[in-house]
Design a binder for this molecule. Structure first.
Ligand SMILES: [Zn+2]
Length: 221
């Protein structure tokens, strides 16, 4: 399948920040049941939409991190180095879930876990080994990513960097988690009166409205 024909290449980008859109590459997340909790997880991912390395490439195209030419080159590279591509995909999922947990804790007014910050720091160490100073056109210095044509993990550098940028921003009070059932998507609320509750009104917002309507109906019976 061509990269742009994969479902993830049409992912909704509603987070307002690269790292949040990346965290939203799942159908949703729900709280774990008691028996699932015994297995050590607090939540369960519903429909993981990053099913392999090629989905990571397709999403990166969608996010504008890669050109078609870059993505096609990485696709060929991944076919040649299957194990390395699978390892990058595993790192991507680990990073994504760390970004999700850190952001969800902050949105909920809680302290993120140290081991999640450690996962992010490991990716940042890789990413920061890939930046350099370059002289811009008007003699000012710029940070730029080193030319990394064959580096399979290049989009992870930018995602980790986006997360670090978000976490070091002065104002994090706009970070929200969708109130939809089993959704949990993350976004930055840029509405003027800070009233956004839903990832996408027509998805989660309407479901909630219908549910409220039904429960009112039940009460009046
Ligand atoms: Zn939602």
């Amino acid at each position: 399948m061509k990269l742009r024909e994969r479902p993830i290449a049409k992912a909704k980008m509603i987070g307002g920040r690269l790292c949040l859109d990346f965290a939203n590459t799942v159908g949703g997340r729900r709280l774990a049941s008691t028996s699932e909790k015994k297995g050590g997880t607090d939540y369960v991912v519903r429909e993981d939409r990053l099913t392999d390395y090629f989905d990571l490439l397709a999403w990166s195209l969608r996010a504008g991190l890669l050109t078609d030419a870059d993505a096609n080159r990485l696709m060929r590279e991944a076919r040649r180095r299957e194990e390395a591509a699978a390892a990058v995909w595993k790192r991507a999922i680990k990073l994504r879930e760390a970004i999700y947990r850190i952001s969800a804790e902050i949105a909920g007014g809680k302290q993120p876990r140290g081991d999640d910050i450690e996962i992010l720091n490991q990716e940042l160490a890789v990413a920061h080994g890939r930046v350099r100073l370059a002289l811009g056109e008007e003699s000012q210095f710029l940070w730029e990513w080193i030319d990394a044509k064959e580096a399979l993990d290049q989009t992870l550098w930018r995602i980790a960097d986006s997360a670090a940028e978000m976490l070091t921003a002065e104002d994090m009070t706009r970070l929200r988690q969708c109130g939809g059932e089993d959704c949990g998507w993350l976004f930055e609320d840029t509405s003027r009166n800070r009233s956004r509750q839903w990832c996408v009104m027509k998805d989660c917002g309407n479901v909630a409205k219908v549910r409220r309507f039904r429960s009112r109906l039940r009460k009046t019976k």
